[in-house]
Design a protein around this ligand. Structure first.
Ligand code: ADP
Ligand code: MG
Length: 703
């Protein structure tokens, strides 16, 4: 019989969470820390020393020998440097295990090799990591043993953010301040804090590790750079929500257990649309914790896959012609006393507040569609957004029939006097209708959809941190709230001022609302007529970071300085160029060393066969035709390979920056496609035994 698993016992067992802190810390220390967590008060060193000591004792009981400041530099993945707890040997020759408050709250990694986009000159290589006590420390168990991981922010010597966490925390401040202002206007005097709640759904692929190892493209770039479609794709939709196979189920079981231990609320799992594609969703958490947890989810998926003889692919588009992977960023605003600002509510009073919140979000998303789009930009996501696959690159909002109807009434008559579904009107306040929460349908083609009590931003790349999109969401909504509050605060007639503001935003930003099929060509045309931006690629998206409008907003809410934004844009251009360069080099390598030799060998066999068959006095037309067809494609492959080499060499010699990134996009990427085409055709006609690597069919149908 299998061992019983008690989830409630293992959940959070490796987390230095509130219960552990209450048990272990002296009352006063615990209180100080809670104040820091809740109100952002600075932590004094005496308190930090006590916490560090208790944290170390607790971690050692869990088997930990090392600690690490776990941070999120702009490489896109998390980074860590491990230090053991041992102190200098005593005269006796023994060592003690020690960990000071100073070591807990501040680290100083030599950070010269992390991207800084010019913010940190190499002679000033110091970077600082500072403990983020709003995200709990945890002990991670892996081949390295047990390690105490301390979530940290990463800044330069002069305080500029070099990571994803710092701006996220700043943006949470901004949305907190402005949301409280708005709540106070509506008479709420009790809520003390408003935090963005985030629930990121994670999509991923699993492939067999042995097959993975035979594909250099998967090894170096995380996606297949060549590969013909198998006879069967996803057209039958038989994988989606299908029965989970035993090998995958065993993997998911282990993933869940690992995640629960470190306090991640892994909740939902299912097969996705594409063969070999799956999804994992947690219960939502405060944005900062949700971002950290999503990193843990990605790391855990990868680690556990290896233990099961598989590889987890987090790339946005591992297989051309098959659905790619994204991340759905569910977002709402929650008060410390449990109210959700995106809940339409039951009373007219809540109702009117909700309509103001909603129309502010319309304004925010419409005004800064370019920034939202940029927050989902990733070299891999270029294959999804606006390419062969949804969601489209155009930002629009899905509200659902009922809310859209309310908007239309507001726009056309200035008042909304009834709500669809014939519900009884309990206006009380002017002429706004009650809103039934479940009167919204689902629309899976919209990049930004209202789903009852939250928005779902569906563009995010599967590999990316969700920090970026949430920084943008928090800040643009903070800006809209601030503007609305400026207009309403001090108004003589509050009801009228609110009503006017709702109407103004509804009228001015109705164009961003679209409830139809976001995947259709008509929408692309319609969006153009409406003047909505359609930003098709990462290189075209990046400049949104540094427009005067963006800089002004981010500086106003102290989320980014101009220098920080410029450095981020620079890093992103560089990251794009590097990613495409690696892909191009990998293609060149595979074509030169694997495909061309394999095809030459095959043509030799064919030629020998033609001679042998003819010698036997038999007609060898079929063999000769095939030989010709293969040779023509071989010549095309060679030409395309030469062209790609030239293009990639030219790009690599260019000065780093926007110009280089653009060249990779406009010249190198098409040259890569030109090389892929003949290779994929060859794969369809060359003997499978002669093909040097596993096919799409082998990879996605035989996990
Ligand atoms: P779907 O139909 O898209 O799968 P679900 O209702 O199952 O939607 O929720 C998906 C994700 O949304 C989950 O991660 C969930 O925790 C998150 N979520 C639910 N409510 C909220 C909320 N108020 N704020 C943020 N995220 C939420
Ligand atoms: Mg979803």
């Amino acid at each position: 019989m299998s061992e019983l698993l008690n989830v409630t016992t293992i959940f959070g067992e490796d987390v230095f969470n509130d219960t552990v802190m209450q048990e272990r810390l002296p009352k006063k220390v615990y209180k100080n820390l809670k104040r820091t967590i809740e109100e952002g008060k600075e932590l004094d060193l005496v308190t930090a020393d006590v916490i560090a000591h208790e944290m170390k004792e607790w971690a050692i009981e869990k088997g930990a020998t090392h600690y690490t400041h776990w941070f999120q530099p702009l490489t896109g993945v998390t980074a860590e440097k491990h230090d053991s707890f041992i102190s200098a040997p005593l005269p006796s020759g023994k060592v003690l295990m020690s960990f000071s408050g100073k070591e807990l709250i501040k680290g100083e990694p030599d950070a010269s090799s992390f991207p800084s986009g010019g913010l940190r000159a190499t002679f000033e290589a110091r970077g600082y990591t500072a403990w983020d006590c709003t995200s709990p420390a945890f002990v991670r168990h892996d081949a390295a043993g047990a390690t105490l991981c301390i979530p940290t922010a990463f800044c330069s010597y002069t305080g500029e953010a070099l990571d994803q966490k710092t701006p996220l925390l700043r943006s949470m401040e901004a949305i907190n301040t402005q949301s409280l202002r708005l709540l106070r206007l509506f008479g709420n005097t009790t809520s003390k804090k408003v935090t963005p709640s985030v629930g990121p759904e994670q999509e991923y692929f699993l492939v067999d590790a042995e097959k993975f190892k035979q594909r250099k493209d998967l090894i170096y770039t995380g996606r297949t750079l060549f590969g013909a479609m198998p006879p069967k794709g996803q057209e039958l939709d038989d994988h989606y929500f299908g029965t989970i196979r035993q090998r995958i189920a065993g993997f998911m079981k282990d993933v869940n257990e690992e995640l629960w231990k470190v306090g991640v609320t892994a909740k939902t799992q299912h097969n996705e649309v594409a063969p070999a594609q799956h999804e994992l969703a947690p219960i939502y958490a405060e944005a900062n914790v949700a971002v950290d947890h999503n990193h843990l989810v990605m790391q855990t998926l990868k680690r556990v896959a290896c233990q099961h003889g598989m590889k987890c692919l987090l790339h946005e588009k591992p297989f051309a012609g098959v659905n790619g992977s994204g991340k759905h960023n569910n977002w709402s605003l929650t008060t410390d006393d449990g109210k959700n600002l995106l809940d339409p509510g039951k009373t007219p009073h809540e109702n009117i507040q909700f309509l103001l919140v909603l129309t502010c979000i319309l304004k925010a998303v419409d005004d800064h569609a370019d920034l939202l789009r940029e927050s989902a930009a990733d070299p891999g996501n270029d294959h999804r957004l606006g390419a062969n696959e949804a969601p489209p690159a155009i930002i629009s909002i899905f509200l659902g029939e009922q809310l859209e109807d309310v908007m239309e009434q507001l726009v056309s008559t200035g008042e909304a006097t009834h709500s669809l579904k014939g519900g009884k009107l309990e206006t009380g306040v002017r002429t706004l209708p009650d809103l039934a929460k479940d009167a919204t349908d689902r629309n899976r083609t919209s990049p930004f959809a209202f789903t009852g009590n939250k928005f779902e931003f569906r563009m995010v790349g599967s590999r990316d941190s969700v920090a970026g999109p949430n920084v943008v969401l928090n800040t643009i909504v903070a800006e809209a709230f601030a503007e609305a509050c400026d207009a309403i605060e001090g108004a003589e007639d509050f009801q009228k001022a609110v009503h006017d503001q709702i109407k103004k935003y509804a009228v001015e930003h109705q164009r961003v609302v679209f409830n139809g099929n976001g995947y259709s060509d008509e929408w692309v045309e319609e969006a153009k007529r409406r003047g909505l931006p359609n930003i098709k690629s990462m290189v075209e998206a990046i400049p949104a970071l540094t427009t005067e409008k963006s800089v002004a907003m981010f500086e106003k809410f102290k989320v980014f300085t101009r220098a920080e934004l410029e450095s981020r844009a620079e890093i992103k251009f560089e990251n794009y160029a590097k990613a495409i360069n690696i892909e191009a080099r990998t293609m060149i390598d595979m074509a030169s060393k694997q495909f061309i030799p394999a095809v030459i060998k095959y043509t030799k066999e064919l030629a020998d066969t033609v001679v042998a068959v003819k010698a036997a006095g038999v007609d060898a037309d079929v063999q000769a035709d095939l030989l010709k067809e293969v040779s023509v494609l071989l010549a095309e492959m060679k030409r395309a390979l030469t062209a790609l080499c030239q293009s990639a060499d030219h790009a690599a010699a260019m000065e780093e920056g926007e110009g280089q990134a653009k060249y990779y996009y406009s010249d190198v990427v098409p040259a890569m496609e030109a090389l892929r085409a003949p290779v994929d055709k060859l794969e369809m006609i060359v003997d499978k035994e002669a093909w040097p690597m596993p096919s799409y069919g082998d990879l996605i149908f035989e996990v």
